[in-house]
Design a protein around this ligand. Structure first.
Ligand code: RP5
Length: 159
């Protein structure tokens, strides 16, 4: 199966949160690749990974980073594929991840990053959003997304 989503994170310390994106995608039957690459610590490797991504079948990127969270923006600068940014809470986070939220969301006009909520809920939502983007051209995946919504509604209504 093609790995149509590339899940990237700035540090191995982000992995415990970002695995929510991977698990969500897999639950929806979407294969993904996962890699630790940093906008600041490994800029050359990041550029190479993104520039080779279309050969691997990647159509959407999910990027999680904390602190001066430039990963999603750096990826967005290198591709016209949709990029979803997940702001994370770094060990030295300011205001519970507000630093990463602003670093991720405040992109200059012309280079968008679709920014989700801070932390694990954001990582899970990034997985859903990536699947929704892919589902615009995949009716079976759209059906699985509808089923997921119906399951959520049933749980709420069951009290
Ligand atoms: C960011 O700095 C990473 O995404 C991580 O959230 C944070 C801390 O990284 P480590 O110092 O733990 O590697 O670049």
């Amino acid at each position: 199966m093609t790995r149509s989503v590339s899940v990237l994170m700035g540090s191995t310390s982000d992995e415990s949160v970002m695995k929510a994106a991977v698990e969500t995608l897999r639950g929806l039957g979407v294969e993904c690749e996962m890699r630790v690459l940093s906008a600041h610590r490994t800029p050359d490797a990041l550029r190479e990974w993104v520039s080779e991504s279309s050969k691997r079948g990647v159509k959407v990127f999910i990027c999680g980073a904390g602190g001066a969270a430039h990963l999603a923006g750096a990826v967005a600068a290198l591709t016209t594929c949709p990029v979803i940014g997940v702001p994370l809470v770094a060990p030295n986070a300011i205001a519970g991840g507000l630093d990463a939220l602003l670093s991720t969301v405040q992109m200059p006009r012309g280079i968008p990053v679709a920014t989700v909520a801070v932390g694990e809920a954001g990582a899970a939502n990034a997985g859903i959003l990536a699947a929704e983007i892919l589902a615009t051209g995949d009716e079976e995946l759209a059906g699985r997304l509808r089923m997921m919504r119906e399951g959520m509604a049933a749980k709420v209504l069951a009290g």
